[in-house]
Design a protein around this ligand. Structure first.
Ligand code: SF4
Length: 210
């Protein structure tokens, strides 16, 4: 697989925020979100080629059994992920995805963190694929109050489960997070949606490998 980086940290976003986890960041992404904090992954050639055995050797150094597979868009390399996870059945596996690629590896994934892209990402519109309802949370990156209308339209269009919607502020600095969090939290209270911070930004700022 083309690997951008592997590191041990805590999950900074979503329902497992605060959990220690090993991050496997895969190279390659077919989207171009303007606010992307992982632009260094976009090019497939940006990563280094690692065998399944070499990846497992790195993973086994760490004291937890919780994997977060991220990117880039990890589902581009799902055959490699399948081979890797078939050898790690004891691990809890979360995968971060834009939701634009059909997944054929549902049986190996415990949790999909699907992040449908709004217009604020400035990508061309792409259809949201279907993921197993019991395993999937939908995390929207919110930049402006007007994003809410689009989120509601998307929930309706794709029949997304309202109880598994998460809003997360767009921002890669503590200052941006602090500024946007209060009004986004108010929207979550009003709509009965979940709120997610970006804990790694709060703790370490905008750094790689943490
Ligand atoms: S989908 Fe993720 S990795 Fe790809 S451009 Fe958007 S934020 Fe960046």
């Amino acid at each position: 697989m083309r690997i951008s980086e592997i590191f041990y940290s805590i999950q900074g976003e979503g329902t497992n925020t605060g959990a220690p986890a090993i991050f496997i960041r895969l190279a390659g992404c077919h989207l171009r979100c303007v606010w992307c904090d992982s632009k260094f992954t976009w090019d497939m050639k940006s990563g280094k080629e690692m065998s399944t055995a070499a990846i497992i050797k790195v993973i086994k150094k760490y004291p937890c059994k919780h994997l977060v597979i991220t990117g880039g868009e990890p589902l581009i390399q799902q055959s490699g992920i399948k081979e890797l996870l078939s050898k790690l059945p004891e691990y809890y596996v979360e995968i971060e995805t834009s939701g634009t690629i059909v997944s054929f590896i549902n049986e190996f994934i415990n949790q999909y963190n699907c992040s449908p892209k709004l217009k604020n990402s400035k990508n061309r519109p792409m259809a949201l694929q279907k993921f197993p309802e019991e395993k999937t949370w939908y995390k929207f990156v919110v930049d402006k109050k007007t994003d809410v209308k689009e989120i509601k339209e998307m929930i309706k269009k794709y029949s997304l489960p309202k109880e598994k919607i998460i809003l997360m502020p767009q921002g890669i600095t503590r200052e941006e997070m602090t500024k946007k969090s209060p009004w986004i939290a108010e929207i979550c209270k009003k709509e009965n949606w979940h709120f997610s911070t970006r804990l790694h930004i709060e703790i370490w700022g905008n750094k790689r490998g943490v």
